[in-house]
Design a protein around this ligand. Sequence first.
Ligand code: RB5
Length: 146
Amino acid sequence: MKVIITADHAGMTIRNEVKNLLDEMGIDYVDTGCDCQSSVDYPDYALPAAERVASGEFDRGIFICGTGIGMSISANKVKGIRCALVHDVYTAKLTRQHNDSNVLAMGERVIGPGLAREIAKSWLESEFDGGRHANRIGKISTYEDK
Ligand code: RB5
């Protein structure tokens, strides 16, 4: 699995925690987050990273900002992206099993690094269930193709 991680200035701590996790799990990743010397605009990071997931260059993305909301709204504008904003372990698992989410967004001003690590681990380890859920995702893809 290849993962792209990105973050704005408000996501630096969780970004580093997730990078440690990816290292421990032996997962290849590229970090396109900001240098965090100053305030930046989250769409400038979310949109290019989401395009690299949608193109197939990366299998999954993990995007961090202050609330996770800006990153998730931006990412979901890119065709083929199913970005889930997650702040608990239960929905981290369910959004993989039911929604086949390919981008995970989290907010550093909402949760701490320990929970972010558990969420990312659960999300990375959970698989899509397919079946009736594939049919539902197909309806989203059909809408995107209109
Ligand atoms: C930055 O202050 C903050 O607005 C951004 O990180 C994010 O929370 C936006 O949704």
